[in-house]
Design a protein around this ligand. Sequence first.
Ligand code: NAD
Length: 340
Amino acid sequence: MSKHKKHIITLLPGDGIGPEITNAMKRVVEATGVLIEWEEHLAGKAAMDKGGDPLPQEVMDSILRNKIALKGPLTTEVGKGFRSVNVQLRKTLNLYANLRPTKSVPSPNTRYMGLDIVVVRENTESLYAGIENEISPGVVQASKIITRDASIRIAKFAFEYARKHKRKKITAIHKANIMKLADGLFLACCREVAEKFPEVQYNEMIVDNCCMQLVMNPNQFDMLLLENLYGDIVSDLCAGLVGGLGVVPGANIGTEASVFEAVHGSAPDIAGKGIANPTAMIFSTALMLEHIGEKAAATKMVNAIYRVLGEGKTVTPDLKGLVAAYELKKKGLNAVVLEQ
Ligand code: NAD
């Protein structure tokens, strides 16, 4: 695409470390020469504090108009406060597919070098449908919703992605031995779609075993396909294998718009200290650039980050870790206990 085409993108810097990593990201994008007009808005806690609404209508209008948004992390209080803005965005914009390419970065914190696993998570239902009732004092019920439509749609997304990006294998993750109806339906839909993509290998694994296998032998996986809750948990596990939350990008692809975001939270423990790692935000921006047809700029950005991380000099404290261990790992020697 032309270097001179201007893109209008909604930008939500977010809470906590959000504004810091957003500023770093903007400087990197500027260096690529891609022309972007950022329509910047407050959302989450920052918007709540300012105007009493964590997701003002103008934010939704902007995203719906531009069709693309880039988002920093948004704070959601645990067990109280306003409903998660992330969940609201996903539901309102029908952001049904969550895509997290997890690739090892050259850093002392990287447990496994050379890993490249794409996680595809259904983003709209399961226990995240938010249907909870207090049946009687001390008894609460949460409903897990799995539908054929959403399961077929996410399975199609995963297999089409595999075909387009020449990925070899998809593993559907489930707990259908216990949740025979809900996860059974999810699996049945995955199988149905898999049959239409004979060039992509397909297998299934129970989620607890999958977690162990990911830690013991992650190289067996190419793409993972999961319902919402397992996808949320397993994608963070995958992030831990390749360098941590600070280096993994995410995309929420929807029918109305797409929202790109780092997978980590607002990190209140380090906010304002100037030590937040902007890598995940920059990698998410690269995914966004690819999505809007600016693949050359995206590749340039990713390669530059790999080079900087590989040098290990100008990196944030979370990536400094055990440099000596990293040097040994590079030489293929792993006889080091990797503890922080
Ligand atoms: P978190 O991801 O904010 O932090 C977990 C740990 O990782 C912390 O020690 C933090 O310092 C570190 N960390 C995270 N991102 C980092 C970065 N870029 N550079 C360096 N270190 C980084 O998770 P949490 O503490 O569980 O959640 C804090 C808040 O973020 C909560 O309100 C939660 O709801 C919210 N959250 C938002 C999103 C999102 O907007 N997508 C995702 C997860 C959590």
